[in-house]
Design a protein around this ligand. Structure first.
Ligand SMILES: Cc1cc2nc3c(=O)[nH]c(=O)nc-3n(C[C@H](O)[C@H](O)[C@H](O)COP(=O)(O)O)c2cc1C
Length: 136
């Protein structure tokens, strides 16, 4: 099973980078930003992302479009301040490129400005690692 981890982080808190690093530590797979295209076809792409303005960032969408031929399936792992998942936005982009998205996803709430201080917690990061290990 070939698995890759890609993430996109935007805020100064770097919540998505922290989540991606936790997943990397748990799985032993290097986590790279979406500016690194996939070098070979992977069965599972662990896509660690967050919600911005009720959507995924355009860099995440562009990465998926560019790498569509190298992605067997996307595993969505994400955070938001509201508690809403990015999976609908990921599915919308993935469908356009003909990429499958796993029904299993990881989501947790995260800090944003003054909201959700201290989130994600260490327990969230641990849960994220355990979730990702299911796909290895
Ligand atoms: C510019 C910006 C816009 C955001 N818009 C939303 C939003 O529409 N809905 C929501 O639930 N969270 C929103 N958030 C909160 C982020 O989803 C949350 O803070 C996330 O953990 C950020 O990840 P990052 O630190 O890796 O950038 C926004 C955050 C930023 C920085």
């Amino acid at each position: 099973m070939k698995v890759a981890i890609r993430y996109f982080t935007k805020s100064k808190k770097g919540n998505t980078k922290k989540l991606a690093d936790a997943v990397s530590a748990a799985t032993g797979i290097e986590a790279k930003t979406v500016s690194y295209d996939l070098e070979e076809k992977v069965d599972e792409l662990i896509l660690v992302n967050a919600m911005y303005a009720a959507n995924i960032d355009k860099e995440v969408a562009a990465f998926l479009a560019r790498n569509k031929d190298n992605i067997g399936e996307i595993v969505n792992m994400n955070t938001s301040a509201s508690g809403a998942s990015t999976i609908k936005a990921v599915r919308k982009v993935a469908e356009k490129s003909g990429i499958k998205v796993s029904d299993k996803e990881f989501h947790c709430s995260a800090s944003w400005i003054f909201i959700n201080k201290g989130l994600p917690t260490d327990a969230d990061f641990e849960r994220a690692g355990l979730f990702a290990k299911e796909f290895i």
